[in-house]
Design a protein around this ligand. Structure first.
Ligand code: FES
Length: 102
């Protein structure tokens, strides 16, 4: 079983929004889409752009720096073949969101 850490209250993240949190010192972008939470690295695989500040359309986030796009359900880029950012497991208990430590 992975270790989970509490990162935010569910009420802190509105639908189709993100919050950047820290998991063991690493910045993680936490998104809420259709009532579910997803967590990927906040650091773009291209040049380190801030994924959690990107434009979100359903499950696709676009990096604000050079527009690489990632599916937040998998961490895989849909615009650049083979590009990927780390994906984190997420769970919700009561009103808290937890992210697994890799
Ligand atoms: S840093 Fe994200 S697309 Fe360039």
């Amino acid at each position: 079983m992975p270790k989970f850490v509490a990162v935010a209250k569910t009420s802190e993240i509105d639908e189709n929004q993100a919050k950047v949190v820290e998991v063991e010192g690493k910045p993680v972008a936490l998104f809420r889409v259709q009532g579910k939470f997803y967590a990927v690295s906040h650091t773009c695989a291209h040049a380190g752009g801030p994924i959690g500040e990107g434009y979100l359309s359903e499950h696709i986030v676009t990096c604000p720096w050079h527009s690489w796009q990632y599916d937040i359900r998998t961490g895989k880029s849909i615009s650049v073949e083979g590009a990927k950012i780390p994906l984190y497991k997420v769970k919700v208990e009561k009103d808290m969101v937890f992210v697994a430590v890799p």
